[in-house]
Design a binder for this molecule. Structure first.
Ligand code: CP
Ligand code: NVA
Length: 633
């Protein structure tokens, strides 16, 4: 079908909406810097991106210009492993050409096209603080790597409509100037800015294998190609810089051919794209875990024991995969078996795992402790080994958290923590999905946890160590959450976390009022003492009135009406407890799919994540509870 001009323009609309206000870092190099027509096309592409509201930051190379100058001065350029060796004389030429001739030429080109570019190098306002770079001990002379980036300064330029054009030269804290590989500089800057996209413009279409362009590349595959010599020379630092960027928050990296006109626009505004997209493989919490195990000579695999191996991006990926799975009947667990080993009772966790596995095409078996005698009839190690030989995954609900660590260590299949005395990660992942569903997962989110500093409170703290929020936990003295988790979360500096005695302080202006039972499973003998200790920590109308009018009332269930929460609060318009319970199913399916399958086949890179999330959104108005109480008139 022939596309009319208006089809093409309208086709770009979703991309424009998706990327408005986002930051793209573009490494400019190769032929696109030397050929007049390509230079013009690049400058126009960049200007167009800026004009439609995308923040563009350019980092340029200029290798040829440096080589030309050194040749004309009779200095032979030296390369080691595809990278330039920089002695004092070379550094002078690098600074001269990159921050002088080349930088000003790029700035001039963009300004001529109508952009508002300003030229900078890493020395300006300490934009790039660098330290000596010696990859695998190879001495490259005065070559640096990015230690930190003055992102505040860059953001202030961006916010005034400027396109910063950066020459990759950095300065150490003691004033030594370093030459930085432009790919590495671009990756460092993209990481510091939390860029949506990082582009590497070079003279090839992307990664080519047996004459074919590889449209999507993951790290495992890339390292294999490097070993086989398929990816070589200057492409190696590019690919490695790409994965470094992805591991540190950049959403996607694109390798595109700068030698083809408008490749930048085609990559951004068309579904197929034109280059190689570099993406994170098994997108959630797996790789780092797997790497640690491999280093110890153990079978690599991924577990979900807590959130210590996860990043904010991993959480967002998981919530996105949950949206995706709700829309498909894909069977990523076909042929897989999951064993559920539960020492404690359960309604939600057990049923949602069993149903979830079945919906994803797998089979499951529930084992209660009576039949197994974990650690008594048989050692944890032996149970782990034997179950690993029959199952593809072990989901365990246990008393002692150390036992789940033992299970995970000795099993060769993923282990999922379905609640221990210490934590309940599956619950909090589902809760994050619920919070997002009601539009509350946004900067400034305040979560008030009222009551016992138990396993559920602990998992909130672990989440606050990776996902920014204001977490206020109101618990009586003697019932505070686990200090080691609290210290680690505070050390991370990600969130504001406070432990208070007065529930009213926690509830004040909160977006979420969360509670859980006062007596957890295994603490039944303490019930009377606990009823007394927690009597002032009930979630009731007086407390809820202090929160934001649209605050969500949340409870992981089972609930004891009249103790930690009143009937009225449970049934109020603000209560989302049953959505929370349902979401256990959806989010656990995403956890299972992530741990046990290749989720890249489920997720279409072209899908608009924000639109999909929006389609799954509820509001307190359209979500109907059977009986409603309105606290705020
Ligand atoms: N919230 C929760 O984990 O419920 P169950 O104990 O019923 O599994
Ligand atoms: N804190 C509660 C949570 C139940 C899902 C318990 O451990 O019993």
């Amino acid at each position: 079908m022939i596309q009319t001009k208006e089809d093409i323009l309208i086709g770009a609309l979703p991309y424009i909406q998706r990327y408005e206000g986002k930051t793209f870092v573009i490494k400019y190099g190769g032929a696109a810097m030397t050929d007049a027509a390509l230079k013009d096309s690049f400058a126009k592409d960049v200007t167009l991106l800026k004009k439609i509201g995308i923040n563009v930051v350019i980092v340029h190379g200029g290798g040829n210009a440096v080589s030309e100058l050194s040749t004309s001065l009779g200095v032979e350029p030296r390369f080691v492993g595809g990278q330039r060796y920089t002695d004092e004389a070379t550094l002078k030429m690098v600074v001269m050409t990159l921050t002088g001739t080349v930088n000003k030429e790029v700035v001039g080109l963009i300004n001529h096209a109508g952009g508002n570019a300003i030229g900078l190098c890493g020395i300006d306002n300490n934009l790039i603080t660098a330290k000596k770079h010696a990859p695998k001990g190879i001495d490259l002379g005065l070559v640096g790597e990015v230690e930190s980036v003055n992102s505040e300064f860059l953001n202030s330029l961006i916010s005034t409509g400027i396109i910063p054009v950066i020459a990759p030269v950095g300065v150490s804290t003691d004033g030594e100037v370093y030459n930085i590989n432009a790919d590495i500089a671009a990756s460092g800057i993209a990481q510091a800015l939390g860029a949506e996209k990082l582009f590497f413009l070079s003279d090839t279409e992307g990664v080519i294998v047996e004459g074919e362009l590889v449209p999507t590349l993951t790290n495992a595959r890339a390292q294999q190609y490097i070993k086989q010599g398929i990816i070589s020379g200057g492409m190696i630092p590019k690919v490695n810089a790409a994965f470094e960027a992805l591991a540190n928050g950049v959403k996607k990296v694109h390798l595109i051919n700068g030698a083809a006109k408008h490749s930048l626009l085609l990559e951004i505004f068309t579904h197929e794209g034109v280059g190689t997209q570099i993406i994170r493989e098994e997108r959630v919490f797996g790789n780092r875990n797997a790497g640690e195990r491999a280093a110890k000579g153990m079978v690599p695999k991924q577990d979900l024991l807590d959130f210590s191996k996860m990043s904010k991006q991993d959480v967002e990926d998981l919530l996105h995969l949950t949206d995706v799975l709700k829309k498909t009947d894909a069977k990523p667990l076909a042929g897989k078996h999951v064993t559920l080993l539960f020492q404690k009772p359960s309604l939600r966790t057990r049923v949602s795992f069993e149903v979830g596995v079945s919906q994803l095409g797998g089979t499951s078996l529930y084992l209660s402790n009576e039949g197994i005698g974990l650690g008594e009839r048989e050692s944890v190690k032996d149970v782990a080994r034997v179950l690993s030989s029959y199952s593809d995954c072990i989901v365990a609900r246990l008393f002692d958290h150390n036992v789940i660590l033992g299970l995970a260590e000795h099993s060769t299949v993923p282990v999922i923590n379905a609640l221990t005395d210490l934590s309940h990660p599956c619950q909090i992942l589902a809760d994050m999905y619920t919070v997002r569903q009601f539009g509350k997962l946004r900067p400034g989110l305040k979560v008030a946890f009222i009551g016992d500093g138990n396993n559920v409170a602990n998992s909130w703290i672990e989440m606050a160590a990776i996902y920014p929020m204001h977490l206020s936990i109101a618990a009586p003295t003697g019932y505070h959450p686990a200090p080691q988790l609290l210290e680690a979360a505070l050390r991370s500096g990600i969130s504001t976390i406070e432990i208070v005695n007065d529930p009213r302080i926690a509830a004040d202006s909160a977006d979420v009022i969360y509670t859980d039972v006062w007596t957890s499973m295994g603490q039944e003998e303490e019930k009377q003492a606990r009823l007394k200790a927690f009597k002032d920590y009930q979630v009731n109308s007086n407390l809820v009135r202090l929160a934001h009018p649209n605050a969500l009332i949340m409870h992981c269930l089972p609930a004891h009406r009249g103790e930690e929460i009143t009937e009225e609060a449970m049934e109020s318009k603000n209560s989302v407890v049953y959505v929370q319970a349902e979401n256990r199913l959806h989010v656990q399916k995403a956890v299972l799919a992530t741990l046990l399958s290749d989720t890249s086949i489920l997720t279409d890179p072209a899908v608009d994540e924000a639109a999909l999330a929006e389609a799954n959104e509820y509001s307190l108005e359209n979500y109907e509870q059977t009986e409603t109480t309105v606290y705020h008139s």
